[in-house]
Design a protein around this ligand. Structure first.
Ligand SMILES: [Zn+2]
Length: 106
């Protein structure tokens, strides 16, 4: 079972978008894919120029609430409507999900 607490893996590279980094009040979606990769993108439309690969440690520095997602299981995603909203967790459609991870779905 893949599980990567961000604090142990500050140099893990993740995909994000320019909108997340500018910190505007946007819907943010976090995916933890079954290939163990992570993605933190907004709910908007993206072109290749919007994509940014950076370390998860740097990303968490820009938004400390992202640490709350470090136990998000493989095959799960989390979403919030804005920085003021709580995270809601769910499964990524079409991705493997392990029932043992159910307890981390909060
Ligand atoms: Zn975006």
């Amino acid at each position: 079972m893949a599980h990567y607490p961000f604090t142990d893996r500050p140099h893990l590279l993740v995909l994000t978008c320019t909108h997340v980094l500018t910190g505007s009040d946007i819907t943010l979606v976090c995916h933890h894919f079954s290939d163990a990769s992570w993605e933190f993108v907004c709910g908007g439309q993206h072109t290749e120029e919007d994509a940014i690969v950076m370390s998860v440690g740097e990303l968490c520095d820009s938004d400390p609430t992202l640490h709350l997602l470090c136990d998000l299981p493989v095959g799960a995603c989390a979403m919030r409507e804005s920085r003021a909203h709580a995270w809601k967790r769910g499964r990524i459609e079409g991705e493997d999900f392990y029932s043992a991870a159910e307890s981390r779905m909060g």
